[in-house]
Design a binder for this molecule. Structure first.
Ligand SMILES: [Zn+2]
Length: 250
């Protein structure tokens, strides 16, 4: 199938009741617990109003579309074209879920359906300012967006920066807050960022109102995200070529 076949726009429908939706979906879908909780259930509770994630297989894509429809969430899939230093592009499928039309329009403005048709457009898509705007769409804390944009402007790998910060905090016995690692692959500006931690706590509370099991699961996921940074999971994936995109979050 050509890339056009994967480009989808599903509009927002009636909101599903968060409690019933969580009960119906947890343990029954093949999406990872993190993908389901953070990109779908947290939108269903209206904790988040937009989410972005990468899709690795056709099965995952079909499931993601289905879950979005069941929850009444808007859904878009867009190809992401990462320039290959040897020429051409790596192509990844990026998906978005969202709860309002304003976010839908912003996603379209920043994520066209077609490959860049000039070098200027390709460079525009990877401009740190565009990363910043995507950070705003996803409602990331300003301090964390700023840290990420600075990394990319200086050609520092943000995954590496955060790994070093975590190692440094541990060496100095400084408190690390797992609530700050509130989304898979989200990179807080520092391991104790209070703005990111506040979001992690608020999201867990919102989920708790809907379903205890999912709230407990989300708590475990935040700790797992921190462990992934500690164990340098993403850095190892990049080294082995399994992870080609330099920018992991945006
Ligand atoms: Zn921050």
């Amino acid at each position: 199938m050509s890339i056009e076949g994967y480009v989808k726009d599903i509009s927002i429908a009636e909101v599903a009741d968060p409690k019933t939706a969580a009960e119906r979906l947890v343990d029954k879908v093949k999406l990872s617990p993190s993908a389901l909780t953070e990109n779908f259930l947290l939108l269903n509770t209206r904790s988040r109003d937009a989410s972005m994630f990468f899709i690795n297989s056709v099965d995952e894509m079909i499931e993601a579309e289905n879950v979005a429809m069941q929850l009444g969430l808007g859904f878009k899939s867009r190809p992401s074209f990462i320039p290959d230093p040897k020429g051409g592009y790596y192509i990844f499928m990026k998906c978005f879920t969202f709860t309002n039309e304003e976010k839908s329009k912003e996603i379209d403005r920043l994520n066209p359906k077609t490959p860049p048709n000039s070098e200027v457009e390709a460079n525009y898509r990877f401009n740190p300012m565009v990363h910043e705007r995507i950070g705003y769409i996803l409602d990331y804390p300003f301090c964390c967006i700023k840290a990420y944009a600075e990394d990319t402007a200086l050609i520092i790998d943000p995954d590496e920066r955060l790994t070093m910060q975590v190692a440094d905090y541990k060496r100095k016995n400084k408190a690390i807050n797992s609530d700050a690692f509130y989304l898979e692959e989200f990179l807080p500006c520092r391991p104790s960022c209070e703005n990111a931690s506040a979001k992690g706590r608020a999201y867990e509370n919102d989920l708790r109102k809907a379903n205890d099991t999912v709230a407990n699961l989300y708590n475990q996921l935040k700790q797992e995200h921190l462990r992934n940074v500690e164990s340098e999971k993403f850095l190892r994936q990049k080294e082995s070529g399994k992870r080609k995109y330099f920018v992991s979050t945006l």
